[in-house]
Design a protein around this ligand. Structure first.
Ligand code: ADP
Length: 397
């Protein structure tokens, strides 16, 4: 029973097809430049890769091209007939405080996700376009929504409320929601296995182009660095992360329009803003090594902010069983992991340098470390596929 996972971003559609048993990844691909002219469709089936250009660049045509690729590209293609797909799992960024777990999509779910569009204007409309296209093009498949916010439904009010007038919360939904929840949930599940502890206390660090930290106690999220939007918290590729909110009115009073401030914080901040070079960590770190001061400062600020959250979250989950590194930076850069963890031996965090330089999912802490330090490549799609298969099976039984 194949399950298709669709992740509609603000300008791309990523997808993966899983076969019987969701550990069985059959293939997948990406359509880049959705919303622009002639988006590019890259598709992988087995060890073969295919590339095509789309005539029309909207999500509906994107999903139609995915169905065509799954059933027609390759010899043989990944599947014979699209009706074989029993479930389509969609990543939905914002579930507000309405969705605390994955759900089968029906009309009321669509309406609710639509109404949350104001909280995630770049993401929820794109997610919905994918949902609508899949319902039209794969009418026999059960649609499932898996929310990036749902993992944080276990946060206590003292962790999700901001100290602002109560009315802002009631009337405008101003509170912490948290994001990257699918990734943190996946990481927590893998960590439980690696640590052989069913409900561990963890600090999970997802460090990629977007970056967030999550405090997990007894296997449940208790705090996270992202807030009402994915702008709060760590230094990211182009996002500032935490700033004093007074910066915003200082700049407004100095005459900067709101649109420019928003752009500065969301698209021109972070590693890009500090380095003036790039949002790409690898590139910035390379320039830092070559002696560029601004690039070095960008790396130092990134590391400093991660350590700030690591310290805060270690307090919340004490006694901590494990610290997890994930995301493009967290998975791949042994230097960054070393910088983040340096001098923390007295907190029970001892890195083994050889394990730190290794590859793949593993423990990188020394045997003397009282806290397990783990590198876990994240795999949000496999978790979406598992939730989808579970809900499809539940419906059928
Ligand atoms: P996204 O949030 O878009 O999924 P990723 O998790 O793929 O992003 O992370 C992208 C980031 O990971 C980029 O800043 C990239 O430079 C960084 N990265 C990838 N490989 C390495 C590496 N070997 N060393 C340092 N940074 C890396």
């Amino acid at each position: 029973m194949p399950v298709l996972v669709i992740n509609c971003g603000s300008s791309s559609i990523k997808y993966k097809l899983y076969g019987l048993g969701v550990e069985n990844l059959l293939g997948g691909g990406i359509i880049e430049g959705v919303g622009e002219e002639r988006p590019k469709h890259l598709h992988a089936a087995g060890d073969r890769e295919f590339e095509a250009e789309l005539e029309v660049g909207d999500y509906r045509h994107g999903v139609a091209s995915i169905v065509k690729a799954l059933t027609g590209w390759g010899s043989p293609p990944l599947m014979g007939d699209p009706t074989e797909i029993v479930g389509v799992g969609h990543r939905v960024v914002h579930g507000g405080d309405r969705f605390s777990e994955s759900v089968v999509i029906d009309r009321s779910v669509i309406e609710e996700v639509e109404s949350l569009g104001a909280l995630a204007p770049l993401h929820n409309p794109a997610n919905l376009a994918g949902i609508r296209a899949a319902r039209e093009l794969l009418p026999g498949a059960v649609g499932v929504a898996v929310f990036d916010t749902a993992f944080f439904s276990t946060l206590s009010p003292h962790a999700y409320r901001y100290a602002v007038p109560e009315r802002w919360w009631r009337d405008f939904g101003v509170r912490r929601y948290g994001f990257h929840g699918i990734s943190h949930r996946y990481l927590a599940q893998r960590a439980a296995r690696l640590l052989e502890t069913p409900r561990p206390n963890l600090v999970s660090l997802h460090l990629g182009a977007g970056a967030s930290a999550c405090a997990i106690r007894d296997g449940k999220a208790v705090d996270t660095s992202m807030g009402m939007t994915p702008l709060e918290g760590l230094v990211m590729g182009t996002r500032s992360g935490d700033i004093d909110p007074a910066v915003v009115f200082h700049l407004m009073e100095a005459g900067l329009p709101a649109s420019e401030i928003r752009r500065g914080l969301q698209r021109e901040g972070g590693l890009l803003g500090l380095s003036g070079i790039s949002s790409d960590f690898r590139l910035v770190a390379g320039r830092a090594r070559a002696g560029d001061r601004a690039a070095a400062l960008a790396v130092e600020t990134f590391v400093h902010r991660v350590r700030r959250y690591l310290g805060a979250f270690l307090v919340q989950v004490a006694p901590c069983d494990g610290v997890i590194f994930s995301g493009g930076i967290g998975e791949n850069s042994h230097e960054v992991r070393q910088l983040i963890l340096s001098g923390l031996e007295t907190l029970g965090l001892v890195v083994d340098p050889a394990r730190n330089r290794g590859e793949g999912e593993r423990r990188i802490s020394a045997d003397t470390s009282s806290v397990g330090i783990l590198v876990i490549p994240t795999d949000e799609e496999s978790l979406i596929a598992r939730d989808t298969a579970r809900l499809v099976n539940h419906r059928r039984s």
